[in-house]
Design a protein around this ligand. Sequence first.
Ligand SMILES: Cc1cc2nc3c(=O)[nH]c(=O)nc-3n(C[C@H](O)[C@H](O)[C@H](O)COP(=O)(O)OP(=O)(O)OC[C@H]3O[C@@H](n4cnc5c(N)ncnc54)[C@H](O)[C@@H]3O)c2cc1C
Length: 291
Amino acid sequence: MSVIIIGSGPAGISASLYAVRGNIETSVISNGIGSLERAEKIENYYGFAAPVDGHGLADAGKAQAGRLGVRFISGEAVNLSWDGIFSVTLSDNTPLTADSVIIATGMPRRTPKVEGFKRFDGAGISRCAVCDGFFHRGKNVAVWGSGEYAAHEAEELSHIAASVTLLTDGAEPQVAFPDGIKIITKKITALEGGERLENVRFDDGDMLGLSGLFVAIGAAGSAELAAKIGAATDGGYISVNEDMETGIPGLYAAGDCISVGERRALPQIAAAVYSGAVAGMASVKYCRSLK
Ligand SMILES: Cc1cc2nc3c(=O)[nH]c(=O)nc-3n(C[C@H](O)[C@H](O)[C@H](O)COP(=O)(O)OP(=O)(O)OC[C@H]3O[C@@H](n4cnc5c(N)ncnc54)[C@H](O)[C@@H]3O)c2cc1C
């Protein structure tokens, strides 16, 4: 029995402690430190006589989990699916499988503040190539992003759409993109159309006509991973119940990325550790039920 936890912040590490001590094979995938990277001085978390810095706390958490047998995998999760067993794909295409998955990817990505985004969200704007790419079969689409996740989405779409254009919105591409993908680095100023998205407008006044825009800015976050597997979200937060269940058997979420009913997660370490613990225990119970 095995669990994969996506994210090595306080929520992911806390979940891993409960999972591994419940005798479940536990792996944590992580592409970085997360919010603790910027937390210089923490003095409201239990157990430290003197303030602790985010890096120190993150290192201590990982060392604690490593000592108990948690396996750490460095990489960015770009896809999540279920086919009798959960599969998590990393950006280098490594496939990993597990009986249960806990998403603990931290604060959801901000919605881009560009004119027309909210209007066309779900009406031409998508967050999941593998889910919605088929609706744009033989049509022109674009991917908004510049990193590994954007490359993964562009590759997926290149097998379905007539053309795929990468829109970096002023950034330089950070990775190699598949052949045949046109790259536009101009700033995006507006998204335009009628009932559905039809054009992207750039800062020099140029326009790109398209049928679909796939948002893949930064790493795949809570909303993107949830969308891949059909878990419910609320404004980018993954909807869970008090037991951190997403509604998909075996899939849990914890930390800054959750909302319980109407209530968004309290974005604090103590709350992330709590929800991680609940998710870890729930995942152990689920794995044992499969035996
Ligand atoms: C500047 C700052 C100061 C803060 N100070 C305090 C404080 O004093 N006290 C306090 O209690 N809280 C503080 N916080 C909040 C606290 O850091 C967060 O509430 C807490 O870290 C949330 O934990 P988490 O595990 O949910 O997410 P995070 O800690 O953000 O961890 C998310 C993890 O997911 C990984 N990840 C994300 N996407 C992917 C992907 N696609 N593939 C693989 N890995 C992925 C990240 O690399 C990271 O490891 C502060 C936050 C900030 C930004």
